[in-house]
Design a protein around this ligand. Structure first.
Ligand code: UTP
Length: 280
């Protein structure tokens, strides 16, 4: 059984949809209810057995790294004041040597961000988690994916059926067959024209990729939006590695934009109903 030990978290984006907040505060540190967005994604990876966490960060967003480092002065303060619950909260987030950081100096797109981690990932399969896809699941999404991937292999992406009206905002799978929640695909296309989209199965921000996707990325020329598209490299590599989608069981919130963020926070705070049973 192939084990998945490494996850890449691209967090170097500009977060323009959250300006002016993101002028000085990384989007990924904004709280969904009581914890920063990034913490949920890191926990999801940890629950799936990931041991090596690679942040592709921007030099201006170092607060993101600090969040996962030890804070000895704060710890000492909390300890001396007997605030043990608060102390546990900050200790739980420390990743220590398991966290490696590489910088993307300019936000040249998701594909370029993932490529920045090539030397740290090596040749093995790796996960990619985009923290701004906030996923509420009984079994964490990456755990569901690892389980499915261990039987089918290849490249695997998490998918949501977004309907024809929304599909042109996503990468879209060309689905050839479906078995339970696992979709077999023979291609993926970034931001298709809605009328010509091969399906309504959109790729969301969870991936398990073969190491060879890094080589494909290195060869990929800028595509949609004049950015190096991760989708294009996955499409290329999947010709030999194979491509699968997982219609994960759970609810997705698009925390890349303020309304999705508000919905996620309301749901986590118990102020709006979760729809787990609908999607499960
Ligand atoms: P988005 O597409 O949401 O871009 O990135 P963004 O820059 O964060 O936000 P907007 O569109 O300007 O509002 C999805 C994920 O990919 C990372 C982001 O940090 C986010 O976690 N990303 C994006 C990078 O690491 N580098 C990039 O060049 C672009």
């Amino acid at each position: 059984m192939t084990r998945l030990k490494t996850a890449v978290f691209p967090v170097a984006g500009l977060g323009t949809r959250f300006l002016p907040v993101t002028k000085s505060v990384p989007k990924e540190l904004l709280p969904v209810h009581d914890r920063p967005l990034i913490e949920y994604a890191v926990e999801e990876a940890r629950a799936a057995g990931i041991e090596h966490f690679i942040f592709v960060n921007a030099p201006s967003k170092q607060a993101l790294e600090d969040h996962f480092r030890a804070a000895p002065v704060l710890e000492a303060d909390l300890k001396s004041k007997g605030k043990h619950a608060a102390l546990a909260k900050i200790r739980n987030t420390v990743l220590g040597d398991a966290l490696k950081v590489v910088y993307q100096d300019h936000a040249l797109g998701l594909g370029h961000a993932v490529l920045c981690a090539k030397h740290l990932v090596g040749d093995s399969a790796f996960a990619v988690l985009l923290p701004d896809d906030f996923l509420l699941c009984d079994t964490p999404c990456m755990t569901q994916m690892v389980e499915a991937w261990q039987s089918v292999g290849g490249n695997m992406v998490a998918t949501v059926d977004v309907g024809r009206s929304a599909v042109s905002a996503y990468g879209c799978l060309n689905v050839t067959s479906q078995r339970g929640r696992v979709l077999s695909a023979d291609g993926v296309i970034e931001k298709p024209d809605a009328r010509h989209a091969p399906s309504t199965h959109a790729v969301i921000g969870r991936y398990i990729l073969q190491g060879s996707v890094m080589d494909a990325l290195a060869r990929t020329r800028p595509g949609a939006g004049n950015e190096i598209q991760l989708t294009d490299a996955i499409a290329e590599d999947s010709k030999t590695s194979g491509l699968f989608g997982l219609e994960f069981a759970g609810q997705r919130f698009d925390c890349g934009q303020p309304a999705g963020f508000a919905q996620a926070t309301m749901t986590m705070a118990g102020l709006a109903p979760a729809r787990l049973s609908l999607a499960a």
